[in-house]
Design a protein around this ligand. Sequence first.
Ligand SMILES: NC(=O)c1ccc[n+]([C@@H]2O[C@H](COP(=O)([O-])OP(=O)(O)OC[C@H]3O[C@@H](n4cnc5c(N)ncnc54)[C@H](OP(=O)(O)O)[C@@H]3O)[C@@H](O)[C@H]2O)c1
Length: 332
Amino acid sequence: MSGRMFRALVVEETGENKFERSIKDRSTDELPGGEVLVRVQYSSLNYKDALSATGNKGVTKNYPHTPGIDASGVVEESSAGEFAPGEEVLVTGYDLGANTSGGYGEYIRVPAGWVVKLPEGLSLRDSMIYGTAGFTAALSVYKMEEHGVNPGMGEVLVTGATGGVGSIASGILAKAGYDVVSSTGKTDQKKLLLDLGVKEVISREDATDTSGRALLKARWAGAVDTVGGDILATAIKSAKQHGVVTCCGNVASADLPINVYPFILRGVSLVGIDSAYCPMDVRKRVWAKIADEWKIDRLDVITNEITLAGLDKNIELILRGGQKGRVVINMK
Ligand SMILES: NC(=O)c1ccc[n+]([C@@H]2O[C@H](COP(=O)([O-])OP(=O)(O)OC[C@H]3O[C@@H](n4cnc5c(N)ncnc54)[C@H](OP(=O)(O)O)[C@@H]3O)[C@@H](O)[C@H]2O)c1
């Protein structure tokens, strides 16, 4: 083998429903085909990474596998004209870290069509504090605004607010001038959310109605839901006339207990968010906003930097719903 050797987290299937994680040496010869070889400097931890790292076959079919749906770093080799060695880039989503060797290795090789040049105004580390979670948060705000919401229209709700997507959505909406109300199961983390600029913090219970009523008191001009289930249903039933609710996650539940009345009586829109296969033109526009007018001033309050060796305990934490903000992995 003539490839470069590198360190990577490797998840192996050791028995029926048994998976083990360890840090191993790998060779770039083992990486899949693709036009761009990137020396990874930072990656991040998302809920989907924790699923891949613990053997969830809905995310990763074949093991051994190196997870990591996010990576930022420097182009080492490129056969694509638009990327030159030495250039700083980021990759989030597509198949990276799902069934393609991911950012928890010091190298990734990917198709040029997955690669985004690092936007001016962001460092490689910043870009991974955002990562897929932050990009998803920003895409949710982008879609909400595309459907007509603006800061003058009233309060907006963010659910799962101390999590990766929720904390960054809270920060971006506050930065963009919205009156943000964040709902969380961790009410002891109120200060973190206030530091991000939110106006009010409410408990998960206060954001959840299980009365079965079709419509609730109208409060939200918009909502970014990251958890699904009863909380998402409550947000939709509490949206104002022509309110817009985005839906990206299912940590609470994949079910949506609701009927059609919010849609046909209040004209509420429910907008689905898929960050992984977001088209490249929208992707670049959203990253440009993240790096500029939506850049959160207090990224430090939501950042926990670790190395590969620290991943294990953070994987367990995120699976238990205990994640606060973003875990960024220093791969340098
Ligand atoms: N569609 C997409 O493109 C896309 C992209 C990225 C992520 N996602 C999905 O979005 C969701 C959030 O991802 P993430 O990376 O932000 O995960 P995360 O960091 O684990 O955050 C999830 C947050 O949800 C809340 N939560 C946890 N368990 C809950 C429960 N049983 N009921 C209600 N709330 C609960 C917690 O916040 P509080 O304690 O503050 O309530 C938790 O911190 C995941 O389902 C993920 O798969 C989707």
